[in-house]
Design a protein around this ligand. Structure first.
Ligand code: PLP
Length: 396
């Protein structure tokens, strides 16, 4: 039996007519950039996230970049984030000329550990002109003297980071909070939606996301009207009116076709999320029944927040690479998110992080494996995955 990691066709077929009608409407208007379809989509996503404003953009990466640009974060600045995430999180920080400061993760949720951030600040920072500044005694020479301007927590795999302490740290030190909620649309932390807790929430509509477009797309949400206004200008080259530029922004515009697809799919998102959650629960029961829990070989994801939306179902397993190959040979799709933590990426060598500096992220990179959890996964397919995992050490 073939079990892909994700089956977009299974999602598409039941809503094909609806989607094609929505896209045809855009073709019939011939308005492809911004316009009423984008405004309608922004309103729907803002409401879904419990936010007052939303600004559609070209991708999740551009959502992060735009939020940083709107705050004027740049050379001389530093932004705290997780090393265990998709590249775009830290890539966007480096692209505005700031330095990423990587804080290790909580090994259970895989999200930035606020206690480690508190320790980092106590050991390495001081206040200078009311700004949190990296001290000259900091071991990491590359970040000495930088002004810490923001925290960019990531809600990895669809589970919100521990936001209360993160928001408290941000408040104490006057830091902006930019949530990387690209994997977590609809996730909740103490009943509040991911993306609505900080100053900005950034989403991706990349095809592997729970709410996915027909190509690239993204959204920034905020509760601050002034920030929303600047986001809208910055996504069109900082324009205040046609050919009048207050800032240097970029082309981060959202396409009307993507907006039509996202608005149409949003109506199905809660059903898909419930199916992902049911699949995760089913895996839990099946792995338990198969006697694979508590053996020290496999550990399952833990739900620590009020709504985990399971963009990915990630287990820890030893030996991970052998299991991945074994499942691939049985036509079961899996993925490693992520094999190299960001502080060990070649392009960030200049920061000076060494192996061993962020041990939980490095360990997660060696041990984690994402199993198929997409909404249309059948009970039979899930049983097949669990049986295959259990068969690893047995001759096939
Ligand atoms: C955590 C995270 N941040 C940022 C991004 C970037 O989004 P995009 O691929 O839409 O640029 C993604 C998704 O790819 C992601 O998973």
């Amino acid at each position: 039996m073939k079990v892909p990691l994700l089956d977009l066709n299974a999602q598409y077929q039941p809503i094909r007519d609806e989607l094609l009608a929505a896209v045809t409407e855009v073709f019939d208007t011939q308005q492809f950039i911004l316009g009423p379809k984008v405004a309608e989509c922004e309103k729907a996503v803002a409401e879904y996230c419990g936010c007052l404003h939303a600004c559609g953009v070209s991708s999740g990466t551009d959502a992060l970049l735009l939020a940083l640009m709107c705050e004027g974060i740049g050379p001389g600045d530093a932004v705290v984030t997780s090393p265990y995430t998709f590249f775009a999180t830290a890539g966007s920080i480096a692209r505005v000329g700031a330095v990423p400061i990587f804080i290790d993760i909580d090994p259970v949720t895989y999200n930035l550990d606020p206690a480690k951030l508190t320790d980092f600040i106590a050991t390495n920072c001081h206040k200078h002109d009311d700004t949190l500044t990296i001290s000259h005694s900091c071991e990491l020479v590359s970040i000495r003297g930088s002004s810490v301007r923001a925290i960019m927590p990531v809600h990895l795999y669809g589970q919100a980071a521990d936001m209360d302490p993160i928001l408290a740290i941000a408040k104490e030190h006057n830091l902006i909070v930019i949530e990387d909620a690209c994997q977590a649309i609809g996730a909740e932390y103490k009943g509040r939606r991911a993306g609505s807790l900080g100053d900005y929430g950034c989403f991706s509509f990349y095809p592997s996301k729970n709410l996915n477009g027909a190509g690239d797309g993204g959204m920034v949400v905020t509760n601050d009207a002034a920030r929303a206004e600047k986001l809208r200008m910055m996504r069109v080259h900082g324009e205040t009116s046609r050919y009048h530029h207050r800032w240097v922004g970029g082309n981060f515009r959202f396409d009307a076709i993507q907006a039509a697809v996202i608005t149409t799919k949003l109506a199905h998102l809660d059903g898909w999320t419930a199916a992902r959650q049911a699949n995760a629960e089913r895996y839990g029961k099946l792995f338990q029944e198969a006697g694979l829990i508590g053996t020290g070989i496999l550990s399952l994801p833990e739900v620590k927040t009020t709504r985990h939306v399971f963009n990915q179902y990630v287990v820890r397993v030893a030996p991970r690479d052998a299991l991945k190959d074994f499942l691939a040979a049985k036509d079961i799709g899996t993925a490693i998110y992520y094999p190299v933590p960001l502080h060990r990426q070649e392009c960030f060598a200049y920061l000076g992080y060494r192996e061993g500096d962020l041990p939980e992220s490095e360990k997660a990179a060696r041990e984690t494996l994402a199993l198929p959890v997409y909404p249309e996964l059948t009970a039979e397919q899930a049983r097949h995955v669990v049986a295959a995992v259990g068969a690893l050490d047995q001759p096939s």
